[in-house]
Design a protein around this ligand. Structure first.
Ligand code: DGL
Length: 278
């Protein structure tokens, strides 16, 4: 177990299947501007949303090893609902006692169940997240009185990544998904994919701005702040520059980064899998 005890640096390690998790990185950067972030987007294996949980666990473990052992991160944020659903328990147990590992699902569950005005909630996410039953199980266990309806919305992440949001294409796709009869009489919608903050306003508009919309970016940033302060790990002065790695780099990813992360960032290609795949 000693190999899992690197000396923490000042980095916060954040990963996702691709660049959607930059919405979480952006919220962390805004809330905790002193922290230095190292982001890893596994674009070589994008999308995670239709992969098996076993495969996602293999990727997540490898990325976390890189963030811990090579970048010496002091905390890990799984900025992907699909990876949180498939791999959080494995990462938490594997790296227990080293650094905090934060998933995007639990802070969202906490935020929803704390709101007593919500009687019925909708959940939209990738196929793998919905099939995992993680949100459904946690809501049922933590607040049995809460009604919920879950729907896989597999087109949304790729649609957003290709820049289709706030236009007639995204309106048509959302119209189809959100008309799901299970969503009748919901008081809130959980955006259980880190790409979806980009279409938050469109979803709110579909429901005539009458329901609450929860996305993981801000609640996860708040949870991270709370943990860093509790564990005495927060940076009290600027810890360094943020770095952004992707396992495959294309022009399209470079262009799309700006829609997910407001600052000017440069993606670096880090072929983490090359040696293993060959
Ligand atoms: N951003 C990922 C999530 O939160 C979904 C994208 C993918 O399918 O890889 O689930």
């Amino acid at each position: 177990m000693t190999e899992h005890k690197p000396k923490p640096s000042d980095y916060i390690g954040i990963f996702d299947s691709g660049i959607g998790g930059l919405t979480v990185a952006d919220a962390i950067h805004r809330l905790l501007p002193n922290e230095a972030l190292v982001y890893f987007g596994d674009t070589a294996h994008l999308p995670y949303g239709d992969k098996s949980p076993e495969l996602i666990r293999t990727y997540a473990k490898e990325i976390t090893n890189f963030l811990l052992h090579e970048k010496k991160c002091k905390a890990i944020v799984i900025a992907c609902n699909t990876a949180s659903a498939a791999a959080y328990e494995l990462l938490r147990d594997t790296f227990k006692g080293t650094v905090p590992v934060i998933n995007v699902i639990d802070p969202m569950i906490e935020a929803v169940i704390a709101d007593d005005t919500i009687k019925k909630v909708g959940i939209i996410a990738t196929k793998t997240t919905i099939a995992s039953g993680t949100y459904q199980e946690k809501f049922s266990r933590r607040k049995p009185s809460l009604k919920f309806a879950a729907l896989a919305t597999p087109l949304l992440a790729s649609m957003i990544e290709e820049g289709f949001y706030n236009n007639n294409i995204s309106t048509a796709v959302l119209q189809k998904y959100l008309s799901f009869p299970g969503f009748n009489h919901i008081d809130a919608m959980v955006l259980a994919c880190t790409h979806y903050p980009l279409i938050k306003n469109e979803i709110a508009a579909f429901f005539h701005d009458k329901i609450k919309i929860f996305d993981s970016a801000v609640v996860v940033a708040q949870k991270l702040k709370w943990i860093l302060e509790k564990e005495n790990l927060a940076a009290d002065e600027k810890a360094g520059e943020n770095v952004f790695y992707v396992s495959d780099l294309t022009d399209s990813f470079e262009k799309s980064t700006r829609i997910f992360f407001k600052g000017n960032i440069q993606l670096k290609h880090l072929p983490l899998w090359e040696k293993k795949d060959s």
